[in-house]
Structure formats: C-alpha cells, structure tokens
Design a binder for this molecule. Structure first.
Ligand SMILES: *Cc1c(COP(=O)(O)O)cnc(C)c1O
Length: 365
C-alpha cells in the first residue's frame, strides 16, 4: 500500500472549489500585495490563536527573524534554543549577529527545562522554545525562568498551529512565529509565515519591518525587509483556516489510533501530558535499529521520515559557534531512534493499521 508521509492532494480535492474561487478573485482583482485579503487573514489567524495581532510575512524563518528584531535582539546577545529542532529556529539568531546557545532535549522531544538555567550568562537575552512536532514545550517553567533572568521569550510555533498549553493556545508568552510552508498544519501554496502577539509595539514594528521599514508609501523610517505574505497566499490560507479546527481533530484522532495500536510493543510512542494539547504536526515514534526499520517501511510503500537526523550542534554552519565541550546526550539518542510515521488529517484508519502492522513486523526481526 502506498502511503506518503504527507498527502496535500487529498486536502486540495476536499476544498477545491472554495480555493479556486478565492484564488481567481485575487487574480481578477490583480491586487497581489498586502491589502484586504492579507488584513482579513491576519485578523482571523490572530483570533484563531486567541491573540490580538498577527502580521503576515514571507515565511516562518522571517517570522522568527522579524520578531526577534522587533523584540530588540542585537549583536553579541546570546539566545537559548533547543538543539533538537529544524535549522531555521536559530538561523535568524545568527543572521542578527547574536549567538545561539543550545540546550539538550528531554523525553518529550522538547527543550529540557532543567538544563536551561545553567546555560544563562550575563549576555543571555532571549529564549526560543520550539513546540516540536506540535506539542507545546513546558512553557510555565520557561516563562518563570525568563522572568527571573529578565529574558525575552519568542515561541517557534512553526509546527504548532492551535496547540494548547494548560488550556491556552500558543503563543502564550510575548510572541510566536508561525510558518505556512505547504506541509505545515495549515499550509500555503508556496511560502508564508506570521508573527502573533498581544504586544502593540511588536505589531506596529513588524508591520513596518516586513515592508522596507516604511511608515508610508514613500518614507522609510528604518532599514527593513521585503517579507510580506502574498495576497494570493493569504486568500488560500483564509479558506483553509475555516477547516483547521476540524483538521486538527482529525490529526489527534489519527494519533490516537497509532498510539492504541503501538503502545504495548517495543515501539516507543509520543509521551502524552494532560497539560499539553499536541496538534501532531508529526507523529514520531522511537525504535531500536531505526535505519533497518525505515527501509522495511519504505519497501512496503510507506513514506516514513526522520525529523531530524542531525541536531543543530552537529550542523556544519553552526560548528564555529558551538562550544565543543558541551554534550547533548538525549538529543543524540533521539536523533538515532526517531521515525516520523505518515501523518495528515485525511489519513485513513486502514492506512494507519497497515503502517502499524508493517512497523510491528519490522521490529520483531
Ligand atoms: C518550518 C519550520 C521553520 C521555518 O519555517 P519556513 O516557513 O520554512 O521558513 C522554523 N522552525 C520550525 C520548527 C519549523 O518546523
């Protein structure tokens, strides 16, 4: 049975008419940059996050970068971030002349909050928790540490649209950065991203920063970027947003089926926590002999993946910044054992059963 890791075609087929008509409206109007479609999506997305403001930008990486800049990150600052995440979590930190200081993961795959304080120095300015795979990081502890040491908190929400921590939707601290890369829980037909915040100063600055620092059409007050969310993408995202709650429920239901079928086996299923509502951007299990098992899954047509095989502290681009004496034993073990199983809302029960049968069979030999 051929089961991809993510199947975006099924989703498009289910909402084709709505999407096509939203797209042709933009094309007919030829209003491609900012304007009403972007504003409407921003308002609706902010509402979805239970936040006051959203600012649409070019992609999730820029959302992180512009948010950090708005929050006042500057050259020479140190920023704490997990080593077990996608490269783009810290790339903007380096672009802004600051230094990422990496922290090991714990068994939830998220940043180990017990390792954070020992990495704080007088230069530490901010912390970027990542809600990896859609599961919120331990935000109460993180916010307490941040408050005690006067640190900024920017949440990397690129995998966690609609995730909740203690009943509150992320971001629950100062600001969050979202990605609308096509394969994310809500995906554009290309790149897109957003900064979400309740802080009106961050909001005002981000709106200018994404648009050449302009205060009006012909006046730039500071050096900014060209990083706007396209109107066409905003219109597509606004259609998809109406379905996002339902799609999240479908992901959670799929995860539940996986967990039920795998929990009494050698396969380690994602840790659950009553405080955290995960939106299962990915469903990631841990196995021994991972590479052999991935090959077995692939032989049967199952699109298994690894997110991510290399932690940040072993990335070539970051090596010169990372203290080689620092050890990240948990993240390294995770990287050697993880398998991402097919996960998307439209995944069928029979498909999940086939994946689990194949996986359990592979672990037995
Ligand atoms: C996708 C992702 C990003 C970057 O988003 P882009 O839209 O691809 O720039 C950053 N952090 C994490 C954790 C991501 O998953």
């Amino acid at each position: 049975m051929k089961i991809p890791l993510v199947d975006l075609k099924r989703q498009y087929q289910s909402i084709k008419e709505e999407i096509d008509s939203a797209m042709s409206e933009i094309i007919e109007n030829t209003s491609f940059i900012l304007g009403k479609p972007v504003e409407e999506f921003e308002q609706n997305f902010a509402k979805f996050c239970n936040a006051k403001y959203a600012v649409g930008v070019g992609n999730g990486t820029d959302a992180l970068k512009l948010a950090l800049e708005c929050m006042g990150l500057s050259k020479g600052d140190e920023v704490l971030a997990p080593t077990h995440t996608f490269f783009a979590t810290v790339e903007p930190v380096v672009q802004l002349g600051a230094k990422p200081v990496l922290v090991d993961a714990d068994e939830t795959f998220n940043i180990d909050v017990n390792q954070i304080e020992k990495k704080i120095t007088p230069k530490t300015k901010a912390i970027i928790p990542v809600h990896i795979y859609g599961r919120p990081a331990e935000m109460q502890v993180i916010n307490e540490i941040a408050e005690k040491h006067n640190l900024l908190v920017l949440e990397d929400c690129c995998q966690s649209h609609g995730a909740e921590y203690k009943g509150k939707r992320v971001p629950i601290s100062t600001a969050g950065a979202f990605s609308f890369f096509p394969g994310k829980n809500i995906g554009a037909f290309g790149d897109g991203g957003a900064i979400v915040t309740n802080d009106s100063e961050i909001y005002d600055k981000a709106k200018m920063l994404r648009n050449h620092g302009r205060s009006n059409k012909f006046q730039s007050d500071f050096i900014g970027y060209n990083s706007r969310l396209d109107a066409l993408q905003a219109a597509i995202l606004d259609v998809k947003l109406k379905h996002l709650e339902e799609w999240t429920d479908m992901r959670i239901k799929n995860a539940k089926i996986y967990t039920e079928l795998l929990q009494d086996s050698e396969v380690v299923v994602p840790a659950s926590d009553a405080n955290c509502k995960s939106v299962f951007h990915l469903y990631v299990v841990r196995v021994k002999n991972r590479d052999r098992i991935i090959n077995k899954l692939k032989e049967q047509g199952i699109g298994a993946g690894i997110h991510y095989p290399e932690p940040l502290h072993t990335q070539n681009a970051l090596k010169y910044l990372i203290d080689t004496k620092q050890k990240f034993p948990v993240a390294e073990k995770i990287c050697s054992e993880i398998v991402s199983l097919p996960m998307f809302p439209e995944l069928k029960k029979e498909e999940i059963e086939f994946v689990c049968d194949t996986l359990l069979d592979a672990t037995k030999r």
